[in-house]
Design a protein around this ligand. Structure first.
Ligand SMILES: C[S@@+](CC[C@H](N)C(=O)[O-])C[C@H]1O[C@@H](n2cnc3c(N)ncnc32)[C@H](O)[C@@H]1O
Length: 259
């Protein structure tokens, strides 16, 4: 997206500069990862490729639990200090969408160091103060070390961000089973692709009609997301879909169940 595009975010200057810094760190890390792979691919694409390799290993050796756990552990170890933050323009779009929808109950699948969460919290906080509605951003991160770092960045932002977030540490397929808001407005799927469909199915009973599901990298990770995309695009499941033309694709699916 053009660098001339205005930034819709309304936030104190210290948050805006923290976000600039965090996005830069994330992109620098991804460029380093790309170099590690002989500079073959750049940015988010490298993560998709690593994920695909990880998934292919699992499919090739479905009964080999040792190979599963070692490739999964290797992948997780590589990602432990990585931001893999959602691109800045996609984050700004999410903020814009939250304010347009009046969304106050949001679930984020995959929080990492909490960059996209800052945008979600600012959007939800803005809608809450404009409307008096209640709501929360439910963030999810499997790695405690990453969750601690995320909390540190949110503390730097201050209460305007911290107070909006309920961070659940552990496997999201467990942590999202309990205490969800009765009606969820928005679900961000920014998670390893194999987890995307199980996550959607966990949250689905609470999605309100008109809720939006955003999924990152649906072009570059189309292979990994095959099951999710087939589910979303099956008319029986009630989603109206569009791949937004951000880098590597950003799927916007509106939940319009028939009954
Ligand atoms: C792409 S990153 C999220 C980036 C984040 N949304 C941002 O923009 O800063 C995906 C994160 O999901 C986490 N994750 C992977 N499996 C998980 C699981 N089963 N439960 C919760 N989090 C998980 C990973 O540790 C990783 O930090």
């Amino acid at each position: 997206m053009s660098s001339q595009s205005p930034n819709p975010l309304s936030a104190p200057i210290h948050i805006l500069s923290l976000l600039k810094d965090l996005h830069k760190k994330s992109l620098d890390q991804e460029a380093q990862l790309a170099k590690r792979d002989n500079g073959k691919v750049f940015s988010d694409k490298i993560i998709s490729d690593l994920e695909d390799q990880h998934q292919e290993q699992q499919q090739k050796h479905p009964n080999d639990s040792t190979s599963h756990s070692s490739t999964a552990a290797e992948f997780d170890a590589l990602m432990l200090d990585k931001f893999i933050a959602l691109d800045e323009d996609k984050c700004q779009f999410m903020y814009q969408l939250i304010t347009a929808m009046g969304a106050t109950n949001v679930v984020e699948a995959g929080t990492s160091f909490g960059v996209s969460t800052i945008y979600l919290a600012l959007g939800v906080g803005r809608v809450k103060s404009a409307t008096g509605k209640g709501g929360v951003v439910i963030a999810t991160e499997k790695e405690k070390a990453k969750a601690d770092v995320a909390r540190g960045y949110w503390a730097q932002c201050g209460k305007v961000v911290e107070d909006e977030i309920d961070l659940r540490v552990g496997d999201l397929l467990e942590t999202l089973r309990v205490d969800l808001p009765r009606e969820i407005d928005l679900l961000l799927l920014d998670i390893w692709s194999a987890l995307a469909l199980p996550t959607l199915k966990t949250v689905l009973p609470r999605l309100r009609p008109g809720a939006v599901v955003l999924t990152d990298n649906t072009i570059s990770s189309a292979k990994g997301y095959a099951d999710l995309l087939a589910f979303l695009r099956n008319p029986e499941n009630g989603f109206q879909n569009m791949t937004l033309p951000f880098t590597n694709g950003f799927e916007m699916s509106v939940y319009l169940p028939k009954s």
